[in-house]
Structures are given as structure tokens and as C-alpha cells.
Design a protein around this ligand. Sequence first.
Ligand SMILES: Nc1ncnc2c1ncn2[C@@H]1O[C@H](COP(=O)(O)OP(=O)(O)OP(=O)(O)O)[C@@H](O)[C@H]1O
Length: 423
Amino acid sequence: MPPEETTPSPPRSSPDEPGRPGQSPPRATTDQPHRPDPSPAPVAREPRWHAPAEAATAPVGAQSQASAHPQASAGSASIPNPTAPSTDHAGSPTHAPTSSATAGIEVVDVRRAFGSVQAVRSMTFTAAPGSVTALIGPNGAGKTTLLLMLASLLAPDAGSIRIGGVDPIADPRVARRVLGWMPDVLGTWRTLSPRVVLRMMGRLHGMPTHVARARADELVAVVGLEQLADRPSRVLSRGQQQRLGLARALVHRPRVLLLDEPAAGLDPASRVQLRGLLRDLATDGCTVLVSSHDLGELDEVADASVFVEAGEAVSGDRLASARGSSTTWRIRSLDPAALSLALGRIGVAIDRIRVEGPSTTVVIDADAHAADLLARLVAAGVPIVHFAPTVGDIERTFLGLSGQTGAPGLPAPGRVQQRGGVR
Ligand SMILES: Nc1ncnc2c1ncn2[C@@H]1O[C@H](COP(=O)(O)OP(=O)(O)OP(=O)(O)O)[C@@H](O)[C@H]1O
């Protein structure tokens, strides 16, 4: 059983260890009882929370619904592949058998209602192994409901789900060996320390005591909780609880990782570290599906994205239209006057240019035109120090879907008047 279901009633906080607010068990999002957590699993070492900077800043791949682009990240060569055939602590196979063709997430026409509320209307998408897929949508779109169904904690009314080739509804015990689940709010034993919580999770996953102990020690370091590892969990801050929640999801080295708002409450440095960890896990072959409202974060880490609106995946046509044909680029130069002059000489239409403090923004129709403009500015001797879109692909698409542009005050890209040298 997951800790939130088996957690004994929390004792009162002692005076020297005051409990933190908001540490009650997770919100009830289902109308069904949660099922037991996944069982055992194997393996060796782990990508670290303190990931290499280059992995943390890996560029975003092409963002497209229901497509994924496995992306190699630097600094991960020594990390073992969690999808490799594995054995249990006695040397016997423990993972559910999966083929590479079915190792990711497959969702076909999944539906779920709560009474008269159709939370998930019709969801179809895939998430590929070795990639981070973003799950994006406004409040109430159905993301958490979908994740609960993927995590085998909520039965769909209709449709088909495969997690690593396993049907989580028909075969939840096997599915739970494959998947790791990090809910948006951590439910845990408030009086137990993170180290003990992780040991218990290891034992619940079927690990022998000494293996569970070693795994807990390892994970405490992976998520950077060494200093608090032996304090009661109730003293953890929101961000520290997130770290423990992630460690808990990783205990059995899952091949599919489902994360609901994992960066909530994390400080900026921790967010960078989380991105590095997720990239490393994906590089190792893990299928990572992450729901978040932090579109900038997702733009940094995701290889693919699934946009959800009113319980449905947004169609490719709508996504293409939402992305629009133009992008606003931000340019900074050591010599702003030279930049303005050069933009005029190159023939950029005045209505596409906007000066915003030390930056200049320019609406440009295509990446190739942006590259051409940059080359011309450099050739003109303008000392450029920054040249990038004002928002990432995911954010631009989300804003397009919600009818907003990425740059307040600028016309919507699709409505920019077509004149001037750079489109
Ligand atoms: N247990 C429940 N009983 C009744 N309605 C529910 C239940 N869980 C979710 N809903 C409803 O289903 C819809 C989808 O909720 P869900 O939590 O999946 O959205 P979400 O996309 O995760 O939202 P958010 O981004 O705000 O977390 C909402 O209208 C919500 O009110």
C-alpha cells in the first residue's frame, strides 16, 4: 500500500520538532480506494540530484504532441541503464518483461468521469522510452486524473493503457514493478525520518533489509537530503518533501516515471538539479512523463509534449496553429544604438521592432530568418550578447492555445503586418 494509505494516525508534534503546515496526506482526487504501491525491482547506481551542468541545460528538442525525441545528454556515460535486463537480490529476474516497442507509455482513447464531471474525455498519446514527455494543460484539464490512471490508482471508464507493455488495470502488481509515481502532494509518515521512509518503501517493494537500507542511503544522497535524513519527515519544507517524494518514486528503479508537479516548492538551484536528474534518467532509457504548470522548466527538459484541454489531447493541427508562424526574439547588444541602426539598414520593418530597456525584441517569421538576421548583425559589426526567442516552444504553444501572445504589448505573431526585410 502507498504510505498515504497505510500511514498511521500522526502523533502530535513534540515541542522541539514542530510539525509543518500542509503535511497532511494527499488530497483525495479519486473516488476509488488507492491500490498498493509497486513491488520489487532491481539495480545498481543512480543518476545524481547534483547533475552535471551540461545535462541540466540540455536544449529542448522539437516539441510535438505524441512524439518523442530521445536525446543524449552529456555527463551520463557512467550511469547504468535501468531498462537493462535485471535480477533481484538473489539473482532472479524481477522486472515485468517488456520489449523496446512497448517499453514506454501508450494511452488509447482513455476516459474517466466523476459523476457528471467528465475529467478525462478521450486521451490518446504515447511517451517513448529514453525521453522526457511534458503533460501540459490548464487547471482542471484532467492531468492528475490521467496520471492516477497510468499509476494504476484509478480505473478508467474506457480505453486502453500500457505502461512498459503492461496493463496497469488488469495487472497492477506487475505494472507497479515498472512504474514510479510521484504525486503532487507527498503523503508520508510524519514521525519517520526520510531514511526510514525510504527503507520501508524498499521493504514494501520486496527488497531484503540490507538492500533496502543501502538503497535508502543511496537515495538520500541522490536527492540531497543527507542533512535531514534522520529527522522526522514533518520538519521537511515543501521543497524537501518534493525531494523525498522523488526519492520514494525511485526506490525500485522504475523504467517509467510519472511525476505530478515535481518542481513545486523547489528553489531555483534545486530545479536545475531536478532537470539534470530527469535528463539522466531519460538518457538511461527511462520513460519520464511530467505534468507541470512551469512551462519554462518544461521547455528546458522535455523532448516531447502532450497538451491537454478539457480532458482531451489537443490535435496536431491545433498545435501547429497555436504555435503560429512568427516568434518574438530578444536581442541584446553591447551597443544598443548600433543594433537599432543595423536593424534599420537590414530592412527590418519598424512595426516588428520594440525596444524594452536594455533589450530589443523583433518579430521574425521563421528560424532560418532569425539565423540570417543574426549573421547580418554580426557581419555589420554589432556586438551581440543575446539572441533568443522570448519564450520556449512549449510556452508559445500554450499561450497560442489560450489565445495569448508571448510578449505583452506586442501584436499576436500571426497578425503582424507583412512588410520589411525580415519576416
Ligand atoms: N475525485 C473527484 N471527484 C470529482 N471530481 C473530480 C475528482 N477528481 C478530479 N475531479 C474533477 O476532474 C477534473 C479534472 O481534475 P484534475 O485534477 O485531473 O485536473 P488537473 O489538470 O490535474 O488540474 P490542476 O492543473 O489544477 O492540478 C476537474 O474538473 C476536477 O474537479
